[in-house]
Design a protein around this ligand. Sequence first.
Ligand code: ADP
Ligand code: MG
Length: 343
Amino acid sequence: MTENILCRVRDLTKLYGTVEAVDRLSFDLHKGEFISIVGPSGAGKTTLLRLLADLESQDSGEIRFSEKPSREHPVVLVFQDFMLFPSMTVAANVAFGLRARKIRRREIKERVAQLLSSFGIADKATKYPGQLSAGQQQRVALARALAVRPRLLLLDEPFAHLDKTLKMDTALFLRRMLHEFGITAVAVTHDLEEAFAMSDRVGIMIDGELKQLDPADAVYSRPASLDVARFLGPVSRFPARLLDFMETDAAVDELRRGINGSEVALAAPHFCRAESMGVVADPEGNGVVEEVRCIGVLVLYRVRLSDGANEHILNVFSLESGLEAGTRVRVRVTQVFREEQNV
Ligand code: ADP
Ligand code: MG
């Protein structure tokens, strides 16, 4: 194992009856790295953490640490409901794992003071969890987890109870803290934005399989499969021949040249992310807006487009909200993927 790898996971598999909760998962976790595994509910995320924490044993495959977790540097698993001790002060909560390890009083005091200060909750040291906001309680839980200087920190949906803004702030804050303390961590979540914001690499887990593990921008701009793209947001699926009815740019033109008139390739399913399409109102356009949905900053247009023989519905994101259902439009496309092919 090379120097900078903390943990190597190979073909890790866990069955519950016939359900493959974790299905031949393989990845390397680098020292000091922060990975997020994102996936829908039931994807096997919690099971993966429980395997990494040695709370569960795998059916096959292996987890190998280059530096074994020890009592001094354990694997720590943090759950979404902070699980603070309500009758202990903030300082006592953070010190808890250290007391259990019989570390000298003075050192405990120093470590706790440093953590509370880094986490911006020094003034809460003598308060009880019930007197704190959800965001502050979350910081206490994270400080408590870092206090024992874990070899590996595991976080299961750490911000599920926080509202959207607080979630993003806390995610970015956690990222800074882990780098400051040099902690290696794996978080699992179903929240894509949170994962993108905080981690060095993002893994997409679907049906027990790790479909892609890459830096956020690579996952986003080069999804490994239709499954992954679908998880990232709305996609449209259509035969390549429909491209003849859209405005295309250089990258898409290149893909079309590769198709080179082949009937099989023209009929093959391709997919396109909603961000990679655009619409422009045009009375001569060959598309028609079917439905308009405002989804925050963006508008999602559902556009009907015919390839001469069949009609297709396309999902298109736009910053412009001006188009109404029934408007004729031209459709632009900047990136297309051939289905089931790594791109
Ligand atoms: P996630 O955390 O991504 O929501 P889980 O790891 O909790 O997913 O579950 C993955 C799959 O394994 C699900 O189908 C779930 O029903 C099943 N599962 C998880 N834990 C158990 C268990 N202790 N016994 C039986 N089935 C389980
Ligand atoms: Mg879970």
